[in-house]
Design a protein around this ligand. Structure first.
Ligand SMILES: [Zn+2]
Length: 419
């Protein structure tokens, strides 16, 4: 349907603009360079014929494709982010195109001996015979999430060029700063005005997600007592030993490296210690709300026990919720997942429904009143030099968007929960 070269050209025009976000900045967008692509996108949307194209003071872009049917159809939305991860540089991206991939090692960079190999990244073998876009080994690619933007813009352009395809009103939204967890923060859900939306921000072709972690961060502070080591008997309290006890009291196998699927964890990611004070930083993750609450309680209880043992407050725990599992917001409107699944079937794609072991902007948007499952954008190995995207996956994602638009506008599509 959508011409391959057209997708490639559009994608490359986006990834060659550096839009790395910065978690240390308080501004939105967190980096001024994100404006470069934001302005370009707003222009392009006007140029392909989108209506009500707006770009606000924080670089959030919204646009409308008006309905072309004479009856009431729910307003749907599609959302992506244009920033790239600060984990790896996104400056001077030099995409390479591998046509008719042969299933063997891909030399990303001969000089630096950087190889993208199916021995290590087995997913590559799914794409034998396809056209892959890779990096030159020195930057990330930015398919996360410029593939999503490519697909949304291409689908809107296709619908504009094919007025015979019936659809309701469609809103699209492009955000800055998703990679630093702030993509949804300043998203004006009311102005967007959709009944529901989809983020095009998943990975492998077929992915469809409406469950993510409940997430919290915890800082454990242990206070010691510093005394001259030569005269410390019965006086010194070494905070590092108490911190070690604390660490070892949490279930050792409930960590990221020992868990998968719907198993939650405690993740200790920083220790900073001296005799006088030790700080531990954790993240807590669990799909199940009850287990999530229990994990937070356990962290507090361990502190209470140590304080009792020392008969003073040596350990304090500060826990902050970060985001929640969108499942509870999606389940009452399950038809929006079924429509996406059906749209994939129509494109010949087997949907892969699985819980996300992380968060998405869609989870935040769902709690802000815009139910928002996540659909594949097609890329793999995000946030690093081995990132790649098969062009055919971007074509299919574009087709899925068009199919969703069609399905929602079918008079016989029921928007009530059947079961
Ligand atoms: Zn993303």
């Amino acid at each position: 349907m959508i011409e391959k070269q057209h997708i490639i050209d559009r994608f490359i025009s986006y990834v060659t603009v550096d839009t790395e976000s910065d978690p240390t900045s308080e501004n939105t967008p967190s980096t001024a360079k994100q404006w470069d692509l934001a302005n370009k996108l707003a222009d392009e949307l006007k140029q392909i014929g989108m209506q009500e194209v707006t770009i606000d003071e924080n670089a959030y872009i919204m646009a409308t494709l008006p309905s072309n049917v004479g009856y009431e159809v729910p307003v749907i939305g599609f959302v992506s982010h244009f920033d790239t991860s600060p984990d790896f540089t996104g400056a001077n991206v030099k995409p390479q195109i591998i046509e008719n991939y042969n299933g063997k090692d891909i030399i990303l960079n001969k000089e630096k001996d950087i190889v993208l190999s199916p021995d290590y990244f087995e997913d590559l073998l799914l794409y034998k015979g396809k056209t892959l876009i890779t990096t030159d080994g020195t930057t990330l690619l930015g398919a996360d999430d410029k593939a999503g933007i490519t697909e949304i813009v291409s689908a809107m352009e296709y619908l504009i060029n094919h007025p015979e395809i019936k659809h309701g009103k469609i809103r699209i939204g492009f955000t800055p700063d998703e990679e630093i967890g702030r993509g949804a923060h300043k998203f004006d859900v009311k102005k967007f005005g959709a009944d529901w939306a989809y983020t095009m921000d998943g990975s492998q072709i077929g992915e469809l997600e409406y469950e993510n972690f409940n997430a919290a961060g915890a800082v454990v502070t242990v206070k010691g007592k510093i005394v001259h080591p030569g005269y410390a008997k019965g006086k010194m309290i070494n905070s590092m030993y108490i911190a070690t006890d604390y660490i070892n009291s949490l279930p050792r196998l409930e960590t990221p490296e020992h868990t998968e699927d719907r198993e939650g964890f405690f993740h200790l990611y920083t220790i900073k210690g001296s005799v006088d004070e030790t700080k531990l930083q954790y993240i807590i993750r669990d799909h199940d709300k009850i287990h999530f609450e229990a994990r937070k309680e356990m962290m507090q209880k361990l502190a209470d026990e140590l304080n009792e043992q020392f008969e003073m407050e040596v350990v304090t725990v500060e826990i902050k919720d970060q985001y929640f599992n969108m499942r509870e917001k999606i389940e009452p409107v399950m038809h929006i997942v079924k429509i996406a699944k059906k749209a994939m079937e129509q494109a010949g794609i087997q949907s892969i429904i699985k819980p996300i072991r992380g968060g998405t902007d869609g989870s935040q948007l769902s709690f802000m009143g815009l139910p928002c499952p996540n659909i594949f954008a097609g890329g793999h190995n995000f946030h690093g030099r081995y990132e790649y995207v098969p062009v055919e996956s971007m074509q299919k994602a574009t087709e899925v968007i068009v199919n969703i638009a069609k399905l929602v506008a079918l008079p016989e599509t029921s928007f009530k929960e059947e079961e």
